[in-house]
Design a protein around this ligand. Structure first.
Ligand code: BES
Ligand code: ZN
Length: 632
């Protein structure tokens, strides 16, 4: 009896362990369409999906921390191998050993000429095989991967690895068609040394398998087709703690309490997001708080958002970041920009959605203050580059570059907020929900959202004209009908800023101000301040001791811009620990802008910190350094 029961349970157990017997019937894989219009051609990829197209990726990789390499195989299943004689993949620095078909027969392949960050096309002679197996290793310099020393972790005992795929970095460790419009399902088996745990942007399949030689194998699967930039991995000495039934957080043990407390509202955020724009379709929503070298605030890797620890302020004042990455589960991960010139479809829509979640969780006042900060950033960018600069349009035609995140994120969000204001929340929300529903698990372009808005929101040419839909998407600057921020949002703060500027009055209410208010004050202080002024501000407001990294960053930037010597050691410590590009690049740029005073400091600090930064941050700071005139 006992053994029969055991036998009956065997298939289920095998499934749980992730080792599905070969004769088990698998449900058919979801295959997402690829757009064929000219505005959906991704010039950042070599892929030619009309010829041969990857539909599923199976990775079998070992993490080699000593060599700083991942090594193994990528098995690519093609849909409609059709007429194609050749499969064109993206690759950047991959070390390819051999490529075979499913039976082990070698396939001819060649690497085309490399073009900078785009990498090189990897061209495989297919014959008629629908399955290609690539035996390879990633280069130790792979741009997506960052291998951290124990010193770069909170625990200081174990090495750590994480990847950052967006926008076109995953080709440095995964040989596939690395284009956001070519969605792929994937699975992975990852071997890692004990005691490290591995997480990925897919659902873990069963318990890790102990290989008995100091290594363990972890299995993951993503059964929904995703853009390949969303395949992500992290490995380190990490633990998990649940938040709600489908939410939880991973972090190093030393960080887990603080991380868990900061993101405790995540389950409520998922519920709020679902109430706004429809079901969360990915199963679990987990997060990992990474070491401070992580180059972004957050990255919306499906089912496993990656987060910087620098958003942990102890008071949940910077958790708009979590709302943002969660919102990408709809805008970005479910409906995805087909080309990077339409990244406002990901980031702008997400920034709008983020603010709606913030409103639900923290109330209208906080939401309005965050809108007002975002609006100020748009105005600053327009003042800097000019309201007629092509880079200030939401849609960026091929080969042009946006004027920065205030356009893609904040102007994008302002567009949707304007529509909401013009047609009313109810109608607007119904429109956005149907947009997500209709394009779920598919790529989209500016032209598609424009047509959809005309048809399903405006309803007539005249109304489309009145809403200025075309101007919002395709023209530079800010259309006249933009929804203005609430003038009351920071009225008291702006009065205090003025009082300081005119009379040197230190704001009496500072201790009771929320973070957005403090940020507003710091951003609008007079740009030129004497050392005595800075010393007095620091002493009165405790700026150097701030545990809020957004505030600390604004303070350091202000201090360095005024050549305030006492701030240099703190800036140096900050730059040695934190790799978040948003903080690191501007601080170096400010120093470089301070000529004979700042340039030597920047060069000295960067010489010590560069090796600890992710490629993304290195590239951003390298550019700042190269643009600087040579020291006189
Ligand atoms: N997807 C982005 C990060 C990204 C953008 C990586 C472009 C590579 C290329 C992520 O969702 C993001 O926007 N992060 C912001 C968060 C913020 C706006 C709340 C960040 O990192 O600062
Ligand atoms: Zn984002």
């Amino acid at each position: 009896m006992r053994s029969i029961l055991k036998l009956a349970a065997l298939p289920a157990l095998l499934l749980l362990a992730g080792c599905v017997p070969p004769d088990t019937v698998q449900p058919p894989r979801m295959i997402a369409p690829v757009l064929t219009t000219s505005d959906a051609v991704d010039t950042s990829s070599y892929a030619q999906p009309q010829e041969a197209r990857v539909a599923h990726v199976a990775l079998d990789l070992e993490l080699d921390f000593a060599q700083q390499s991942v090594r193994g195989t990528a098995t690519l299943d093609l849909s409609v191998p059709g007429k194609a004689g050749e499969l064109v993949l993206d690759s950047d620095g991959l070390l390819i050993d051999r490529i075979t078909d499913a039976s082990g027969r070698k396939l001819a392949w060649r690497l085309g000429e490399a073009q900078g960050e785009k990498g090189a096309p990897l061209i495989v002679d297919l014959g008629h095989t629908p399955r290609v197996i690539i035996h390879y290793a990633a280069n130790p310099q792979a741009s997506a991967l960052q291998w951290l020393s124990p010193e770069q972790t909170a625990g200081k005992q174990h090495k750590f690895l994480f990847s950052q795929g967006q926008a076109i970095l995953n080709r440095s460790w995964i040989p596939t068609q690395d284009s956001p419009g070519i969605r792929q399902t994937w699975e992975a088996r990852i071997v890692a040394p004990k005691p490290l745990d591995v997480v990925m942007s897919g659902i873990m399949q069963g318990e890790p398998e102990d290989l008995g030689d100091g290594r363990r194998a972890f299995r993951f699967a993503m059964d929904k087709p995703v853009a390949p930039y969303l395949i992500a991995i992290a490995a380190g000495d990490i633990d998990f703690r649940a938040i709600g039934p489908r939410t939880g957080v991973w972090a190093e043990p030393a960080m887990l309490d603080a991380a868990h407390a900061e993101v405790i509202e995540t389950e409520a955020m998922v519920e709020a997001a679902e109430a706004l724009y429809g079901p969360y379709r990915w199963g679990r929503y987990d997060m990992i708080v990474l070491p401070p070298a992580f180059p972004y605030g957050g990255m919306e890797n499906p089912v496993m958002t990656f987060l910087t620890p620098t958003f942990i302020a102890g008071d949940r004042s910077l958790t708009g970041l979590v709302a943002h990455e969660l919102a990408h589960s709809w805008s970005g991960n479910l409906v995805t920009n087909a080309v990077w010139g339409d990244s406002w479809l990901n980031e702008g829509v997400t920034s709008y959605f983020e603010n709606r979640i913030v409103e639900e969780i923290y109330g209208a006042k906080r939401a309005r203050q965050e809108v007002a900060l975002d609006y100020m950033a748009i105005m600053e960018t327009l003042a800097e580059v000019g309201a007629d600069a092509p880079g200030t349009a939401l849609h960026q035609p091929d080969g042009t570059e946006s004027a920065g995140s205030a356009i893609i994120y904040n102007k994008g969000a302002a567009f949707l907020r304007t529509l909401e204001q013009q047609v009313g929340r109810e109608r607007f929300d119904a429109w956005l929900r149907q947009w997500f529903d209709k394009h779920a698990f598919q790529p989209a372009t500016s032209a598609m959202i424009y047509e959809d808005l005309k048809l399903n929101l405006a309803g007539s040419e005249a109304e489309a004209e009145r809403l200025r839909l075309h101007e919002w998407i395709y023209a530079p600057g800010l259309p006249e009908n933009v929804a203005k921020p609430d003038p009351a949002a920071f009225a008291a703060i702006d009065a205090a800023t003025l009082a300081y500027a005119q009379h040197g009055t230190i704001p009496a209410g500072w201790a009771g101000w929320v973070s957005a208010e403090r940020q507003r004050f710091l951003q609008n202080l007079p740009q030129t301040l004497a050392a005595e002024d800075l010393a007095r501000l620091d002493a009165a407001l405790g700026l150097s001791a701030s545990g809020n990294n957004e505030e600390l960053f604004l303070w350091l930037d202000l201090a360095l811009a005024n050549r305030y010597e006492p701030a240099v050691p703190l800036a140096e410590r900050f730059l040695a620990e934190v790799g978040r590009t948003k903080f690191v690049r501007p601080l170096f740029a400010t120093l470089i802008g301070e000529g004979d005073w700042g340039r030597p400091i920047a060069r000295r600090i960067y010489a010590g910190t560069r090796a600890g930064y992710h490629t993304v941050t290195q590239r951003a700071v390298d550019r700042v350094m190269q643009e600087a005139p040579p020291p006189s």
